[in-house]
Design a protein around this ligand. Structure first.
Ligand SMILES: [Zn+2]
Ligand SMILES: [Zn+2]
Length: 254
C-alpha cells in the first residue's frame, strides 16, 4: 500500500479521466490521495472529488503562498471558516514562495503564520510549500516548534543541512519526482537521511518523474519514486512503501 501525500487531482488536467487515473493508481497500490488546497477558487472541486472517492481522496484546507494577493485577508477568513466547519487532513499547502513574485512577501509571511496558528488551534499538521525561500521558511517553522507545530515540507529539494534542520524540527520531507532527475542532487542528500523521515508524493499534475518527465503527472507514477528511493537507500521497494506509508498515517492520523 502506498499513500500519495500531495496531489492536485481536482484540477482541470484530470477532468476527463479522473476515474481512470484513480484506477491506474490503485493498480499500483496507491489507495490514498491527499489533496492540498490552493485558494477559494478550488475548494469546491476538492470537496467534490472527496465526495466522489470517499476515504480515498482526502481534503486539506489552506491558502497557497502564490495565491497571497491584495485579497489575502478575505481568503484567510474563508480558510478559517472551513476549518471551523468540518475536519480536514491538514492545513496546506501554506508557506513562502519568492520565485515568481516578491510583491506580497510581507503578506506571505503573515498568511503563513496565521495558518500555522490555525493548525495549532485545530491540532492539525501543516503541509509546507517553499520555493526560493528555504531558510526563511525553516526559520518561521522553528518559531512555532515549541508550540507543537508538525507536518511535511512538501516537494523537498534542499541540501543536507536544510534536511537536517527540518528533521530536527520534527518535520517530514515530502519526496516526489525530483528525486528521479539527474543533477538534482537530492539522491546524495537522501543517502544520509533515514526512511523514517520521508513521505511520498507526486504533486500531480506537476513534477513528473523520469521516464515520463515533461508529461502530465499522475498518482500511479508514485512507483517510479518508490523504486528510485529504494535504489538510493539500497533497500526493497516493500520497505520504502511500508515505512513511508506508516509515516504518512502518523502525520495525518488515519
Ligand atoms: Zn507546492
Ligand atoms: Zn502542490
Amino acid at each position: 500500500m502506498l499513500i500519495d501525500s500531495h496531489c492536485h487531482l481536482y484540477l482541470d488536467d484530470f477532468k476527463t479521466d479522473i476515474k481512470e487515473v484513480v484506477i491506474r493508481a490503485e493498480a499500483e497500490g496507491v489507495n490514498k490521495f491527499y489533496l492540498p488546497g490552493i485558494d477559494s477558487s478550488e475548494i469546491e472541486n476538492i470537496l467534490l472529488l472527496e465526495e466522489k472517492f470517499p476515504g480515498k481522496c482526502i481534503a486539506m484546507m489552506g491558502l497557497h503562498p502564490c495565491s497571497v494577493m491584495e485579497n489575502y485577508q478575505d481568503e484567510l477568513a474563508i480558510v478559517a471558516d472551513w476549518l471551523s466547519k468540518r475536519k480536514f487532513a491538514a492545513v496546506g499547502e501554506i508557506g513562502l514562495d519568492f520565485y515568481w513574485d516578491k510583491t506580497f512577501t510581507d503578506q506571505q509571511y503573515i498568511a503563513f503564520k496565521i495558518q500555522i496558528e490555525l493548525s495549532l488551534q485545530y491540532n492539525l499538521p501543516i503541509v509546507i510549500h517553499t520555493r526560493n525561500a528555504m531558510q526563511e521558511t525553516i526559520d518561521v517553522v522553528k518559531e512555532f516548534v515549541p508550540k507543537g507545530v508538525r507536518g511535511i515540507f512538501h516537494c523537498f529539494g534542499g541540501c543536507y543541512e536544510n534536511a537536517r534542520e527540518i528533521i530536527d524540527a520534527g518535520f517530514y520531507l515530502g519526496i516526489g519526482g525530483v528525486v528521479t532527475y539527474k543533477n538534482a542532487g537530492l539522491a546524495e542528500v537522501l543517502k544520509k537521511i533515514e526512511l523514517i523521515h520521508l513521505v511520498l508524493e507526486t504533486d500531480s499534475p506537476y513534477l513528473t518523474p523520469v521516464p515520463f518527465r515533461g508529461k502530465r503527472n499522475e498518482s500511479s507514477y508514485l512507483k517510479y519514486i518508490v523504486e528510485k528511493i529504494a535504489q538510493i537507500k539500497n533497500v526493497s521497494v516493500e520497505e520504502v512503501a511500508a515505512v513511508t506509508t506508516s509515516n504518512a498515517e502518523k502525520i495525518f492520523g488515519l
